[in-house]
Design a protein around this ligand. Sequence first.
Ligand code: PLP
Length: 355
Amino acid sequence: MNNNDINQLVRKNIQLLTPYQSARRLGGQGDVWLNANEYPIAPDYSFNAQTLNRYPQPQPKNVINRYANYAGIEPEQVIVSRGADEAIELLMRAFCQPGQDSIIYCPPTYGMYQVSAQTLGINYKAIPTKPDWQLDLTAIESNLDTVKLVYICSPNNPTGNLLNQDDIKALLKLTEHKALVIVDEAYIEFSPQASVVSWLKGYPHLVILRTLSKAFALAGLRCGFTLANKPIIDVLLKVIAPYPLPTPVADIASQALSDKGITQMQDNVMQVTLQKHQLTEALLGVSAVDTVYPGFGNYLLVRFKPNSSLFNQLWQKGIILRDQDKQIGLKDCVRITIGSAAECDTLIQAMKQHS
Ligand SMILES: *Cc1c(COP(=O)(O)O)cnc(C)c1O
């Protein structure tokens, strides 16, 4: 078989697929990495369990119980997976018939909702937000036909805004008995007051996604959580891989969710928030910067003045930001992760030298 034969064998939707352009895949060379919303400092955990000859617990009790306790819900309302990314896909695998059912997502937003749907051959409807990056409920309502899942994100990546809680409530009303509403709360620790986790009691079709990758500083661990009422969790347990969480991951996740781990995370959040305010001020003093949007996560969306080429100049200097220019409504925008004080300084100095 030659390469062409192989390509002919590939499923049609995969032939057409552009894979997710993750920060790592996009590459770059440098020493200031502000493109993946990671925490700038590696946390210090070590692996204690000594039972690698055995398969892990499918849903490690300690991790589930600690996360439920941290989130203020019951253990039966939690499932743990290989990052929130796996959860995005599990929901589609469980609820959407390929070629028949659809999902909705609301760009500009996180890219994986679309990529997962495309990978699985599930129809997707992109319903852009309004210019203020709030949900266009009228457009969503008129597109609900065949839709099983509506993915929304708050704080939204990459724009940084929170969604209006009244709009999320209205969306839950529109979708009652029809579709699930998935609220991606990957960055919620940076704006904990905005969580809708307390709404689970009242809404059987609400699903919340969480992760240890952002505020918990554990992107390398690959550990995420889905919060929902038991009937939804039970369905997801049917489709998840038999042993989704390696023993070392469960061990470290459990440490991260101890009282000490949570206190450490809250310290991280305070540091990042302080740094975010300082970076906002500094960016406002850079002549090539047009707008710094208010950001409720660990990143800022910044609009440069037209044709500044600043993104590329910084890239050449090894300061790697995330280009958002191609996303709907985000011409000339970049997303900047809040790094350490030193990284923010390097960034600002380089921006001020820009020709
Ligand atoms: C980072 C991110 C995720 C993925 O989290 P993982 O747990 O690392 O897979 C999901 N949603 C959004 C909006 C993110 O920014």
